[in-house]
Design a protein around this ligand. Sequence first.
Ligand code: ADP
Ligand code: MG
Length: 276
Amino acid sequence: MRGSEGHRGPCPAPAASPPVLEARALAVTYPGGKEGLAPLDLAVAPGERLGIVGESGSGKSTLVRALAGLEPHARGEVRAGTLPVLDQRRESRRARARHLQMIFQDPYHSLNPRHSVRRILREAIAVREDPPRGDALEAEAADLLRSVRLDPALLHRKPHALSGGQRQRVSIARALAPRPAVLLCDEAVSALDVSTQGAIVRLLRALHEERGVALVFVSHDLPLVEYLCTRLLVLDRGTLVESGPTAEVCRQPRAEATRRLLRSVLLPPAEPVAGP
Ligand code: ADP
Ligand code: MG
């Protein structure tokens, strides 16, 4: 389905207070002319939990990269609070890092393997406008680890000495260190085993409650998004085809892409054909 039929209410969230993240006519065309993202508008309200779903290749990562200012082929307008995101100047990048942080799928690649957890967290805390120093900085790094339910004894480890789940918790602690208003998570649990996925998603929900940070949670896994997010956007081949409250969209999907995602959840996973 194309057009506006799939959208319940404006895709920008109700404007009770200024959005923490806002895009207007945001579009991505890759070199060679391939359209990664058709122009769309969206807004994330303070403390909101917004899900972005779609099949593989539907443009989810393209959209989050553009929202985070990491997509060089993006055009249109993105604002994180009052900051223009597509502006690549160094000072604005730093200010943006205080407002918006990202968590990626693979913590193996997003954490520097040569740095200890302590150093990773100290550097992330230093992004703040008025960062703590000395003992206060040490205490803060330990508190960050506790906030993601890890033992501060892990401060002296390097990423390779942690489990996948612990590493993703460290990425979350690092992302929270600058006290951002919004956290963008792109398939943040997809590389983890199922029980760890559940634990991390519950942690994100708890952190949202404790800190009021807005979450943009991107996943091809609809049940995870249903658990975590109150509002949902559905992408199909680079186009925003449906949006609305999660429960409504899942109960009465309007776009064919949403129906396909729901059907794939209802089907049992394919069993390997085993011999006798
Ligand atoms: P998703 O995250 O939903 O799986 P992506 O945003 O990664 O989807 O990709 C959307 C589409 O854009 C895909 O067809 C992909 O092949 C294409 N694409 C992604 N990155 C690039 C790039 N750097 N150059 C050209 N095409 C790209
Ligand atoms: Mg992706």
